[in-house]
Design a binder for this molecule. Structure first.
Ligand code: ATP
Length: 309
């Protein structure tokens, strides 16, 4: 049986349809990412799966128990790191950990093996108040607190938001090690680069799951020719490319524009066209799609479908 299953979950807050017919499953020992921007519905799904909120429609089970009927059993078997406010800021590192161990009827010593790798990094600061820790340290402490009762399933809601790049990398390495111990992990993130670190991902937007698959299969599902293009005046370039007859779509991507064309083209052909239109410092190369390209493509198609309904 899967560690998490959600089937046709919907939830509205007044007029806001936070989740619309969401289904997914996560296996034991799987690292599953819920990838989407702010307001996509990620926290709402986490709250339903961790038994803190009731869905309007649909069914879910976690660690073998249905979320409504057996919520008490689930609470003993899951670890939850909510996006914000999971630590007591005016308790020390050690006091926070002891507190979470005590409410689950266990001790730090009993489950030390599971948190050891992570805890050794914050142990030198064990008497420091949680409120005085750096973002990366807070995140490690919150993860230790979520793990202290040896959960079967771990829910991590945007654990790396507001954390520096080095700590983010370390955090994902820790998740890989936890997964190898058989724990099922559902992690949400708005960062598309983190999607690559998951076994499977679901792309979510406006409460709807756009697609679920492995990052590699999602990337290769993008079949249109794609180019990264740069020139001196990015805004004019965006406008110019949008008007070109060979363009399917063009979207800003860091310092480059990602241009998807109707047919395969020689990059020289595009460069010549831009030369003729008076652009300077043109750089162009053919590229493979990233998860973000796939996300933007799917979300645009979904918005068009919704608008024409
Ligand atoms: N308790 C609530 N009352 C009213 N609206 C809510 C409530 N909780 C969430 N929403 C709305 O539901 C939608 C989904 O919110 P949710 O918090 O699940 O998104 P998210 O993907 O986790 O993004 P964020 O990172 O911004 O929390 C948003 O439009 C949000 O404003």
């Amino acid at each position: 049986m899967s560690a998490i299953t959600a089937a046709h979950i919907s939830k509205s807050f007044g007029e806001v349809r936070a989740l619309q017919d969401v289904s997914l499953s996560v296996e034991h020992g799987e690292l599953f990412g819920l990838i989407g921007p702010d307001g996509a519905g990620k926290s709402t799904l986490f709250r339903i799966l961790t038994t803190l909120l009731l869905a309007d429609e649909g069914e879910a089970s976690v660690a073998g128990h249905p979320v409504v009927k057996e919520y008490k059993k689930i609470r003993r078997k899951v670890g939850y790191m909510p996006g914000k406010f999971s630590l007591y800021q005016d308790l020390s590192v050690q006091e926070n950990l002891t507190f979470f161990a005590t409410i689950f009827g266990t001790t730090i010593e009993a489950n030390y093996e599971l948190i050891q790798d992570i805890y050794v990094q914050i142990e030198p600061f064990k008497t420091r108040l949680a409120g005085k820790l750096s973002g990366g340290m807070k995140q490690k402490l919150a993860l230790c607190c979520a793990l202290i009762h040896k959960p079967e399933v771990l829910f991590l809601d945007e654990p790396t938001t507001g954390v520096d790049a080095v700590s983010r990398k370390e955090f994902w390495e820790m998740l890989q090690r936890l997964k190898e111990k058989g724990i099922a992990i559902l992690v949400s993130t708005p960062y598309m680069d983190e999607a690559e670190l998951c076994d499977r991902i679901a792309l979510i937007q406006h409460g709807k799951i756009l697609q679920t698959d492995s990052p590699a299969r999602l990337r290769t599902s993008y079949t249109h020719p794609l180019y990264a293009v740069k020139a001196a005046d990015t805004y004019r370039l965006l406008k110019g490319l949008r008007e070109a007859i060979y363009t399917r779509s063009v979207l800003p991507f860091g310092g480059f524009l990602h241009l998807s064309t109707r047919d395969i083209m020689d990059p020289e052909q595009i460069k010549n066209d831009l030369d003729r239109k008076g652009f300077s410092n043109i750089e162009i190369k053919k590229i493979e799609a990233t998860v973000e390209d796939v996300f933007l493509e799917l979300s645009e198609t979904d918005e068009l479908k919704t608008a024409t309904r």
